[in-house]
Every structure is written in structure tokens, then in C-alpha cells.
Design a protein around this ligand. Structure first.
Ligand SMILES: C[S@@+](CC[C@H](N)C(=O)[O-])C[C@H]1O[C@@H](n2cnc3c(N)ncnc32)[C@H](O)[C@@H]1O
Length: 237
């Protein structure tokens, strides 16, 4: 059996087949709903690994984490989260596209990387801020395509994340490299201005709460991962 290697370990033929199925579904949905999907391919293992940084390296090495993943898509980043989770951790997977949500639900019983966290994970087929504020998280991992949203939408989502994040908790999200330059050349003026306003909001949050940013070149397209921490001190980390 031929094997390729990923951050999660050897990629068996069965896993490769599953990733191809994910990619087909993702690409099909991207063609239908590019605005909400935001990309034509699922994230790479390298991007998933970086997005799970604060699940792997936790402030309290013995504490269990309550985790939210927003925009799970076909589960590319969920797999990185699953690989970093420890017994006692819990995960809410939120996905607005019902086809993706159903797919992720299925992965929890069929996919070898995801089924190990099936008892600790819940899939919610809704918009992330419709989850409500009667819950709190230690770690939020967001795959939402902020660059496609308006500045007000992004501000509402970031406000929501920081409402449900515990003091001292972390938010990780990514954005693609070079998209602003490409948009400056090909986008209509109003779309370019919309994206510029959105990126000011994102940059403002990074300036206020950022604790580190990493470039991930092994992704199509290459991405910046930004890690933010909510001020305050909570030992659960
Ligand atoms: C760029 S894709 C990322 C998918 C996956 N995490 C990955 O990295 O391959 C963004 C995902 O967010 C979902 N999405 C967009 N807006 C959302 C919202 N407000 N709440 C929940 N999910 C949303 C889309 O349906 C899509 O699956």
C-alpha cells in the first residue's frame, strides 16, 4: 500500500480516498456558494496543524479544553483539532452549509481521525453567532472566509467570539496571502473597498489582541494564521 506523509502521520490509501471525496464535495459547494465557502479547496494538513497550535500547547497541561470550530467545511481543520485533543476536551463543530454539516457528522462515525473524538464532539448546522451566548470556550478555531464578508459582519463575528471566549482563551483564524494585491488588480472598485474595510477591522483586532502570526506556505493558497488572546486570566487556558 503506497503511503504519503502528513502532519497527522502516514496517509493510507483509505484516507487518501476520503480526502479526494472531501475535495470533490468542497469544490462542488464552492462553485455553488463561493461567497460563504471562500476557497475552492479544503485547507491542508499543515494549515490544520498550525490552527490547532493552542490545543496542542495549552497553558494548563492538565486542564481539559472546551473548543469551538467555526466553519468546519469538509473537516480539514477539524482533523488537526482532533489530533491535538486530549481526553476530557470537548468540541462544538459549527457549519452553516447543511451539506458540509451532514458530511462532518458522517465523518465522526466513519473517518479514523475523527471517530476517536466522536463522543466529545457535536455538530451544529447553523451560522456561528446563532449558537447563542449561553456557552463559553477556551479555544476558538475559525475557518470563516472574512475576506468575503462586510466589515460589519466580521465585527459581529469577532465580537461574538470574544463574548463566548473565556478570559485568557485563544482565537485562531487564517487569511490568504496576496489576495489584497490580486483584488486590487481584478476586483470591481466597490468590492476592493469592501475588502479593504474588512481587513481594517481584522487588523484592528490583531493589533489589540494578537499573540503571534505564522505564514503557512504549504496550502493553496498560502495563508497567514493569526492567534489572538482575550485579555484576563483564567488558569484553564
Ligand atoms: C474557507 S471554508 C473553510 C472550511 C474548512 N474549515 C477548511 O479549512 O477546509 C469556510 C467555511 O465556513 C462556512 N461558513 C461561512 N460562513 C459561516 C458562518 N457565518 N457560520 C458558520 N459557518 C460558516 C462555509 O460554509 C465554509 O464551509
Amino acid at each position: 500500500m503506497s503511503e504519503t506523509h502528513s502532519h497527522a502521520g502516514p496517509l493510507s490509501a483509505l484516507r487518501l480516498q476520503e480526502r479526494l471525496r472531501d475535495t470533490r464535495l468542497f469544490f462542488g459547494q464552492a462553485l455553488r456558494t463561493f461567497h460563504a465557502t471562500g476557497s475552492i479547496l479544503p485547507s491542508s494538513g499543515a494549515l490544520a496543524h498550525e490552527m490547532a497550535e493552542h490545543i496542542r500547547h495549552r497553558t494548563d497541561p492538565d486542564g481539559a479544553l472546551s473548543i469551538l470550530e467555526a466553519g468546519a467545511g469538509t473537516g480539514a481543520i477539524s482533523r488537526g483539532i482532533a489530533a491535538a485533543m486530549r481526553p476530557g476536551d470537548t468540541l462544538d463543530l459549527v457549519e452553516a452549509n447543511p451539506e458540509f454539516a451532514a458530511h462532518v457528522e458522517e465523518l465522526l462515525s466513519t473517518d479514523p481521525d475523527m471517530s476517536r473524538i466522536a463522543d466529545s464532539a457535536t455538530v451544529h448546522a447553523c451560522l456561528v453567532n446563532d449558537l447563542g451566548t449561553d456557552r463559553t470556550y477556551d479555544v476558538i478555531v475559525s475557518g470563516l472566509p472574512f475576506a468575503n464578508f462586510t466589515a460589519d459582519q466580521v465585527k459581529d463575528i469577532l465580537d461574538y467570539y470574544f463574548t463566548v471566549l473565556r478570559p485568557g482563551g485563544t482565537l485562531s483564524f487564517y487569511g490568504y496571502l496576496y489576495t489584497k494585491g490580486v483584488k486590487a488588480v481584478i476586483a470591481k472598485r466597490e468590492d476592493y473597498l469592501r475588502q479593504a474595510r474588512t481587513s481594517w477591522v481584522v487588523q484592528d483586532w490583531i493589533d489589540r489582541y494578537g499573540i503571534g502570526s505564522e505564514k503557512v506556505f504549504a496550502n493553496v493558497p498560502p495563508a497567514w494564521v493569526h492567534h489572538l488572546r482575550k485579555p484576563g486570566n483564567d488558569l484553564r487556558g
